[in-house]
Design a protein. Structure first.
Length: 254
């Protein structure tokens, strides 16, 4: 039985630089709020590479009141307004993040009009651009640079961003930490993601999902739904609930 449903943000809950589908988001929120009184409805959480303020804002949209994960593996305890970092994010790592941000400003962002650093990030260095072609061009330059100079880091890209993260500060550990905080096993969690950075999370949960807009490399690691973005998240949530009801019904009849 699935006891926690975790969603990525960009490419799942919403599409960057586009208006969110508020009607579908409202339905996801309505379902999430039912988990208090309905055992078949798992609570909703988030594991995203986006910074803490953005993840917190989306959590408010969705009525989430329990821990969520930001920058892949940081944990924000909404009820206590407390942030938890994994031990891998130490002073050395923090110093290297600052160095990487400066290099991105000087050597990457300066070459592309409209590109910017992702604001308020602490544990990784992220860049954003609205055009996929620009991200695709910048990505190999970034991966080449960090592979030679920053062995503790790795880069992942979406259609609109590149995130340079600590290798151990990935979504696998973000999801595992969330499961610990919820007191469940990873196989009792479901996750939906769309980009390469989501693969480590998809590999450890009991029910991995991907929307139809997911990168091809992701689709080998998840059940691919026939809907995109927000509608796919809603469909996954409903599938989980239906399967949970079947499990509960079997327990009652047995």
């Amino acid at each position: 039985m699935i006891k926690l449903f975790i969603t990525d943000l960009d490419g799942c809950i919403s599409t960057p630089f586009k208006k969110p589908d508020w009607n579908v988001l409202s339905e996801i929120r309505r379902i999430n709020e039912q988990h208090v009184d309905d055992m078949a409805v798992p609570p909703l959480s988030i594991c995203s590479g986006r910074p803490q303020p953005y993840v917190e804002a989306v959590a408010q949209w969705l009525g989430i009141r329990h821990p969520v994960s930001f920058e892949s593996a940081g944990i924000f305890h909404i009820d206590k307004s407390e942030i938890e970092f994994l031990p891998v994010f130490n002073r050395k790592a923090e110093k290297q993040v600052h160095e990487l941000k400066q290099w991105l400003k000087d050597e990457i962002i300066a070459d592309y009009s409209g590109m910017m650093l992702e604001f308020t990030k602490r544990m990784d260095a992220g860049i954003i651009h609205a055009e996929k072609e620009v991200i695709d061009e910048a990505y190999p330059k970034i991966t080449s640079y960090i592979s030679d100079r920053y062995p503790l880091f790795e880069a992942h890209k979406t259609d609109v961003s590149v995130n340079v993260i600590l290798s151990d500060n990935n979504k696998r550990n973000g999801v595992l930490t969330l499961c610990e905080r919820f007191g469940i096993k990873p196989e009792e969690a479901a996750y939906i993601g769309d980009s390469s950075g989501d693969i480590p999370a998809l590999e450890v949960v009991g029910r991995p999902f991907a929307p139809s807009n997911a990168a091809d490399v992701v689709k080998d690691h998840a059940e691919v739904l026939d809907l995109e973005v927000t509608e796919a998240v809603l469909k996954a949530y409903r599938l989980i609930i239906r399967e949970n009801r079947e499990v509960l019904s079997e327990k009652l009849s047995g």
